[in-house]
Design a protein around this ligand. Structure first.
Ligand SMILES: N[C@@H](CCC[C@H](N)C(=O)O)C(=O)O
Length: 311
């Protein structure tokens, strides 16, 4: 996560058109900037995302043509289909590589703005700082091929299945955890009882040791009893997001939580999973990819709730 210095002076916000949307309660301010003429300083993003003095959101998403950004052009060179780029900022103004709920809402926004069309059975390729992602319509909204997952501390993870310790307000002892990258970093904490999920006080950032180089998002997970029913695995999750605080949902976090839970379960107990978060339910599936790697697919709703312009 970085706080990107602006190449140009920040654009005055007066008159800026925006939409507000969410995916399972993970909410975003969305702005269309097809030609990349908008330069938003981190402080401007933080004000727009402020729930008392701004519009309010866990993050801000700028829809920009890949060709209008240096990182977009680099992506176009290897994936010419990635016409649109999701420029994602956390609520504190910092840049993140990827947002799983955000990319579904982003595609819904592009469609509703008339900037793209997406027929049933077709897929749209979206540029992100974590590479190109394909998004298609799904029964529960949209499904995103999130690409391959990785352990952040591979040697430690393989050896002990747990690679870090996380101290959390409200939970008595530091808990073992596993750090997984979904393009952005996550540290997944296994809790044994549902009551602990409520006890965790996420008003302050959990202390993670060792913390991944660029910080981390922390997911708290309780497995369902039994873990798998009818071939579908099920977990409950809460999350403290890097650059935001507690959110009602995190798509990349749900993927990381399922990766960690499957790893802890030992064998491959299921390819399909349901992740219940405070804001709803998302689906996670492991899919074989043409490149031979195992990819993770995230599915869930995408909703636009308002449009407006700044005064
Ligand atoms: N809520 C998102 C993740 C947003 C970015 C995250 N806070 C980070 O800094 O990596 C999701 O749905 O994946």
């Amino acid at each position: 996560m970085t706080t990107e210095p602006n190449a140009l002076p920040p654009t005055p916000l007066s008159g800026l058109a925006f939409a507000k949307g969410h995916g399972t309660g993970n909410d975003f301010v969305l702005v269309a900037d097809p030609d990349g003429t908008l330069f938003l300083a981190p402080e401007q993003v933080a004000v727009l995302c402020d729930r008392h003095q701004g519009i309010g959101g866990d993050g801000l998403i700028r829809a920009v043509r890949s060709s209008a950004l240096p990182e977009g052009n680099a992506l176009l060179a290897v994936n010419p289909r990635a016409e649109w780029f999701m420029d994602y900022r956390n609520g504190d103004g910092s840049v993140s590589e990827m947002c799983g709920n955000g990319v579904r809402v982003f595609v819904h926004f592009l469609i509703e703005e008339g900037l793209v069309e997406l027929a049933e059975g077709e897929a749209l390729t979206i540029g992100t700082r974590a590479g190109a992602k394909t998004v298609a319509r799904a029964a529960n909204g949209y499904a995103v091929d999130m690409g391959p997952w990785e352990f952040i501390h591979p040697a430690r993870a393989e050896e002990r299945a747990l690679d870090s310790l996380v101290e959390t307000d409200g939970l008595e002892v530091a808990r073992p955890a596993l750090s997984v990258s979904m393009g952005n970093p996550h540290t997944v904490v296994a809790l044994s009882e549902a009551s602990e999920l409520e006890q965790a006080d996420l008003h302050h950032a959990p202390r993670v040791d060792p913390v991944p180089d660029h910080g981390t998002n922390v997911e708290y997970v309780v497995p369902a009893e039994p873990l798998v029913t009818g071939g579908v695995g099920s977990i409950r999750m809460r999350v403290h997001e890097r650059g935001v605080g507690e959110t009602q949902s995190c798509g990349t976090g749900a993927c990381a939580a399922v990766v960690a839970t499957r790893h802890w379960a030992g064998e491959t107990p299921a390819d399909r999973w349901e992740v219940q978060v405070p804001g709803g339910t998302v689906g996670v599936r492991f899919i074989p990819a043409p490149d031979g790697a195992e990819h993770v697919e995230l599915s869930g709703p995408a909703v636009l709730v308002a449009r407006g312009s700044l005064v």
